[in-house]
Design a protein around this ligand. Structure first.
Ligand SMILES: [Zn+2]
Length: 394
């Protein structure tokens, strides 16, 4: 028998409001609690989980940042060609998916890449901010070290899922590694992202979500059984990056801004994410006009410096926007640069809103439960160190 292993199981979007209403490994997870998320999407939550630092320090927030000089899309012939294709064709999901794959191939990026609903003619205004695989060495924009770097640097036997692979494959790979007689793991990071899509599609509560949670319950029981047949002590930590909010209203903010008559790329630039709009002011006077237009919108608010600082989303040189307008929880930007149509669920609202809150569960009697996502790093490190010293006692 091998001694001790800690399994960190990431389930995308398994928020506290969802978890507390669900039956999920109830006899195994003796502690379940809310854990504070951070402002933004998985693109910023996940780097915080992996590094233990806030967005201003790891420099990941949203995929697009206004930066025409450094835009990887500027001299791309394929994008120039796509600009000539009529919108009726170029806005189709299948066309965009294929185009996205062709662009990605040309860019040689290893990170998660998706052009989403960004018009081809606007791409050359923006830099893409997740160029490298977060889970591999030098994956973080600022150079911050991740928990995986810690494992590699300290030669701690560990395993991590390939985030590009489907959940079933990741489960199988981990199960095989746990059974491998040549491996004595201290730490494992299992990545499961399918829950997020289910919640976007159906919202909560919904039978498909209940079924999905029951599926996780069953598969994780099998995994725990496998681990227990190999290791004396199997320490389990299940967590998410954020929750999910049901959508009750769509809002077309882009039209409000365009009705000011300001010119995109000359007077201002904007990225319309799903729940926020981020603006860059390129000419004197644009800020005042945009702020006036935003003041007529009753379903959201301009975030002030104090809030952004408290949330760790105050970036040097305003890399991710001079101004951020955040929609009220449950209101979705439609259309946006992320999507053309509405959804049943979305995340990326005020992190303090109850449906934004993430979840944390464990089968251990851990005394100091992590309070926010950035606390998970220290917990993962402590667990790995603990197991390594136990396992090396032989
Ligand atoms: Zn999502």
């Amino acid at each position: 028998m091998k001694k001790s292993v800690s399994l960190f199981i990431f389930i995308d979007a398994l928020g506290w409001e969802i978890l507390k209403e669900s039956e999920f490994l109830d006899d195994i997870l003796i502690q379940k609690s809310p854990i504070g998320t951070i402002f933004g999407y998985s693109a910023t939550c996940d780097p915080t989980i992996l590094t233990g630092v806030l967005p201003r320090e790891h420099d990941h927030f949203s995929f697009y940042a206004y930066d025409p000089k450094n835009s990887p899309f500027r001299k791309n012939l394929f994008i120039q060609l796509m600009r000539l294709v009529p919108k009726a064709l170029s806005s189709r999901n299948r066309v965009r998916n294929v185009a996205g794959r062709i662009i990605k191939r040309g860019l040689d990026y290893t990170g998660y890449f998706n052009i989403y609903n960004m018009p081809f003619k606007l791409l050359p205004y923006f830099d893409y901010t997740e160029k490298r695989d977060l889970y591999q060495p030098d994956g973080i924009n600022s150079g911050s070290k991740t928990i995986m770097d810690y494992m590699r640097d300290n030669k701690i036997p560990f395993t991590q899922s390939n985030w590009r692979s489907p959940e079933v494959e990741n489960l199988k790979t981990l199960s095989d590694e746990l059974k491998d007689p040549h491996k004595d793991l201290s730490f494992a990071y299992l990545y499961m992202a399918a829950m997020d899509a289910t919640l976007h599609q159906y919202g909560f509560p919904h039978q498909d979500v209940t079924d999905k949670i029951a599926w996780y319950d069953a598969r994780l029981r099998e995994l725990i059984d496998t681990a227990k047949s190999e290791y004396e002590d199997v320490r389990l930590f299940v967590f998410s990056d954020h929750g999910m909010t049901n959508i009750h209203e769509d809002y077309d903010l882009r039209s409000v801004i365009e009705s000011t008559g300001l010119r995109f790329g000359k007077d201002y630039a904007a990225v319309y994410d799903s729940t926020m709009a981020r603006f860059w002011f390129l000419k004197d006077g644009s800020e005042k006009i945009i702020r006036e237009a935003l003041s007529t919108v009753s379903v959201g608010r301009v975030l002030n410096k104090k809030e952004l600082t408290a949330w760790g989303a105050d970036f040097p040189n305003n890399r991710y926007g001079d101004l951020i307008f955040l929609l009220d929880a449950g209101v979705l930007l439609v259309p946006s640069h992320m999507g053309e149509r509405t959804l049943k669920g979305m995340h990326g609202y005020d992190p303090m809103d109850k449906d934004s809150v993430a979840s944390f569960s464990t089968n251990t009697d851990l005394k100091d439960l992590p309070i926010r996502l950035e606390n998970l790093y220290d917990l993962m490190k402590d667990e790995a160190d603990r197991n390594l010293s136990l396992n090396s006692e032989g």
